[in-house]
Ligand binder design. Structure first.
Ligand code: DPP
Ligand code: ZN
Length: 860
């Protein structure tokens, strides 16, 4: 297929005044009638009339009541239209039961539901399915299902029918319909503007006792958006529905959010602390879309980051307020590096605002979401919090009801800052993670810092220009006291020098600092990129001694963690080269982890070593070829060494951090469990898993139960516990998913593929359910040493299943194909085996979705 290009955007010929839809639901033959009032778009001279539509059976069509015979092709229809406003009516038939793509109207466990973003509505009826066509929708549903929901407010209902009206103009991708046997857990919310809204979380009968947390998170999200952004809810009812078969995490349809049940249902026995955290964050994310995405939507899909980057940034602010900003930031950066930096370093690298796509579903990426959120965060850092608030208020006031662009959004910042940000825009258009080298020079009384940036070439972008890099910077004395507080130094050009005089940094017009070591010892110690203020890779010569001082004393918790992380990575790289570990590292780590003045969640994060994938990327960045088997073995050795060196500490933590009383998912309790379970993992390397088996046997919550199971499987002793877990949870889909991912994801490198083949042969494995597929097949590709096993069986296993999945569900198949994105890091044998599998997939003539990803991965 030809790519769609941002540069070729054209305004729609026709706009929609309003839409009336009637659904006569039937599992295999649903009838949809539409009545759409079109009017000419004054911004377009072209009166050609075309509607999108895929896999629809057209039964009848008329314009202003007169039957017409449209020309139908694979992507829609066209027909001669009048010169002025007219009414389009048609009836189509669709087959929800056969819809395994889970785009459009489909069935999940006997219930009807929809997913229209990005282009699913065209599988429901013929429509101008593009986000810049917005209209109010009136929907009538006829079916024998007891509950029938659509967007907006309920207007009337009777036996076998219900009507809904959404007064807020919206694009078709925000349309939703649900019908099924559902039960609601409800509460009310009085908005800051004095309106009452009923909030409902709808689930299948039997799941009602797992809805409380999501409902509470929804209410708290509404209150937060009123308080922090001045945005109130705007309908009489807010419905949130959980479904088991869903391609994404959740969907922000106006007034009718549809969620993957994994991100709604929670009870202490079935959900981990991480699940609770994700539920809270995703409920907030989808709710926040009501203003950033729905009231103001995107002009075209190239602007996706306008709603996603901004909404992710908002949900992170919310979660930070609820759970603590330091720990949240560390978690977010771990994810950013693991997913977005990895994407940016490989063949799928693309700008936050891509310039072309073949299949838009392939651009719901870590770059659009996570780097998109970082870009908003940098804008806030550069403009300052007050100007950020004013810019957002201006954006809401000016663009409410619009389909907007990044330029519209950025113009609001330019206006409130007096054009102070000109030059920042490149963050949206340039792919790749910037590298910043920092060189300091200490004259004995003046500290000089020279920063240089470069961004490596990415596909289609060989040349890069400088981006604005705001580096929050502090300075510590050699004995660990802060001598200059945090100041943001912004690198706007390829190179700049700053001078610290009298505790204040100033741009230096003098010559660049000499890249020599400090002339007078001891030099002050720099704490750069505090809070990870810019999403860059910092390259700086820092001694282990300096890092250990930062680890012990930095006032910025992120950089304190980061110092420990860097030491750990250097130690691991040294061990890979056969070098000895520095005993001072284990001691420093032990002191940090036993420091009761620090939050347990922070201490748990400090104890986490860089992942095998992270180490592989670091080796590749250093121009070396990673050996996944050796990385796994050495990392395990280092963990064993740490366990032995700090055995009493780990034993003490396992004993001391037992949680008493009823389970609470709050951040404090979760942090204690996280630290205890890290310590338990360490202890299992000394006691053969006895303590973990005890925790598994006595746990009253899924967090401990699942972690203990994972530990035992890593030790190779979890067979009995695995069976117990399966027997207890085999009829609970979300919990059984955890069993699949834990057993496969923690299996030993030599055994994991055989385990994965055995588990995917079980009757409980159904590739039609994305959660199950991701839990089993995705767990193997996330088990780095197993996926990259020298036999190539990991690659073959993934490709075998992608070939099965693609005809069923191309969107999820394409997403999972990205596991091959690191192929260029590895040796010739592995490169050959991975590219062979990609070519084998392409030879099956796969979907547009998978074809685009596999082709871009191969880069040929
Ligand atoms: N449902 C996805 C999200 O909320 C796409 N909009 O990010
Ligand atoms: Zn979103």
């Amino acid at each position: 297929s030809d790519p769609v290009r941002l540069a070729q955007y054209e305004a729609p010929n026709w706009l929609v005044e309003d839409v009336h839809l009637t659904f006569r639901l039937h599992p295999t033959a649903t009838r949809v009638t539409s009545r759409i009032r079109f009017r000419p778009n004054p911004d377009s001279a072209d009166r050609g009339f075309r509607l999108d539509g895929e896999d629809l059976k057209l039964l009848s069509a008329s314009i202003d009541g007169r039957a017409v015979e449209p020309r139908i092709d694979a992507e829609g229809l066209s027909v001669d239209a009048p010169n002025d406003a007219f009414i389009w009516e048609c009836e189509v038939e669709i087959d929800p039961k056969a819809n395994t793509r889970l785009e459009g109207l489909y069935m999940s466990k006997g219930m009807y539901c929809t997913q229209c973003e990005a282009e699913g509505f065209r599988r429901i009826t013929f429509y101008p399915d593009r986000p810049d066509v917005m209209a109010p929708f009136t929907v009538r549903i006829e079916s024998d299902q007891p509950v029938m929901l659509s967007n907006g407010n309920p207007t009337a209902s009777g036996d076998g029918w219900a009507e809904w009206h959404d007064p807020w103009p919206k694009p078709a991708y925000l349309f939703a319909l649900v019908a099924g046997e559902l039960r609601a857990t409800s509460t009310t919310h009085r908005t800051s503007e004095g309106r009452d809204a009923t909030l409902n979380v709808w689930v299948r009968p039997g799941d009602e006792d797992r809805t409380g947390y999501a409902l509470d998170a929804l209410k708290r999200s509404m209150e937060w958006d009123e308080r922090v952004y001045g945005r109130a809810y705007d309908l009489e009812v807010f419905n949130l529905v959980a479904v088991d078969d869903f391609n994404m995490g959740a969907m922000e349809n106006k007034g009718l959010n549809i969620f993957n049940s994994k991100y709604v249902l929670a009870s202490p026995e079935t959900a981990t602390d991480r699940d609770y955290e994700l539920i809270e964050g995703i409920v907030a994310h989808e709710y926040f879309h009501n203003w950033t995405g729905n009231r103001i939507t995107c002009r075209d899909w190239f602007q996706l980051c306008l709603k996603e980057g901004l909404t992710v940034f908002r949900d992170k602010q919310f979660s930070g307020d609820v759970r603590g900003h330091a720990v949240k930031r560390i978690d977010d950066v771990l994810m950013l590096r693991a997913r977005q930096f990895r994407e940016d370093a490989g063949p799928l690298a693309h700008p936050v605002r891509p310039e072309e796509y073949v299949e838009i579903n392939n651009f719901y990426t870590a770059t659009v979401y996570e780097k998109g959120a970082e870009v908003i965060g940098m804008l806030r850092t550069l403009a300052g919090p007050e100007a950020y608030d004013r810019a957002l208020t201006l954006y809401f006031d000016r663009h409410d009801g619009d389909a907007a662009t990044i330029e519209d959004f950025f113009a609001c910042f330019q206006e409130v800052t007096g054009n102070a940000l000109t030059g920042f825009e490149r963050w949206w258009s340039q792919a790749g993670t910037p590298r910043v080298t920092a060189v300091t020079h200490w004259s004995g009384d003046v500290l000089t810092l020279t920063l240089r940036q470069s961004t490596p070439a990415t596909p289609g972008q060989p040349q890069k220009g400088p981006v604005w890099i705001p580096l929050a910077t502090g300075v510590l004395s050699p004995d660990g006291k802060e001598v200059a507080p945090t100041q943001v130094l912004t690198l706007k050009t390829s190179e700049a020098t700053f001078r610290l005089e009298g505790g204040i940094w100033r741009p230096s017009d003098g010559p660049a600092a000499d890249p020599l070591p400090a002339s007078v010892e001891p030099a002050p110690i720099l704490s750069l990129n505090r809070g990870f203020s810019a999403p860059v890779i910092l390259d700086r010569k820092v001694t282990d001694a300096e890092r250990l001082i930062l680890l012990a004393h930095d006032t910025d918790p992120f950089n304190r963690w980061e110092a420990g992380r860097q030491v750990a990575k250097e130690q691991l790289l040294r061990a890979l080269d056969g070098g000895a570990l520095d005993p001072a590292w284990f001691d420093a780590l032990g002191r940090l982890v036993s420091d009761d003045s620090l939050e347990p969640a922070f201490r748990a994060l400090a104890l986490g070593l860089p992942s095998e994938d992270d180490i592989a990327q670091s080796l590749h960045d250093a121009g070396r070829t990673p050996d996944p088997a050796r990385i796994h073995a050495i990392r395990e050795d280092v963990l064993q060494g740490l366990a032995e060196a700090q055995a009493p500490l780990f034993r003490a933590l396992v004993d001391a951090l037992v949680t008493h009383g009823p389970y609470s998912p709050d951040a404090e309790a979760a942090g204690r469990r996280a630290l205890r379970l890290r310590a338990l993992d360490m202890l299992s390397r000394l006691d053969g898993g006895d303590a973990a088996a005890e925790v598994f046997a006595t746990a009253d919550n899924m967090t401990e139960s699942l972690s203990a199971l994972a530990i035992l499987i890593r030790r190779g002793t979890g067979e009995a516990e695995s069976g117990t877990f399966f027997t207890r949870w085999y009829d609970d889909p979300n919990t059984l998913d955890k069993w699949f991912s834990t057993v496969i994801g923690n299996a030993a490198p030599d055994e994991a593929v055989a385990v994965a083949r055995r588990l995917t042969a079980l009757p409980e494995f159904d590739p039609k359910t994305p959660n199950r597929f991701r839990s089993a097949v995705g767990a193997l590709s996330a088990n780095t040493a197993a996926f990259h096993h020298a036999s190539g069986e990991g690659y073959r296993f993934l490709a075998d299943w992608l070939i099965v999945l693609d005809p069923i569900n191309p969107q999820t198949a394409a997403r999972m194909t990205t596991a091959f994105e690191t192929w260029r890091r590895y040796d010739g044998d592995r490169q050959g085996m991975m590219t062979d599998q990609l070519r084998r997939i392409l030879a099956t003539g796969p979907s547009r979705d998978v074809t685009e990803i596999a082709t871009r991965l191969l880069g040929d």
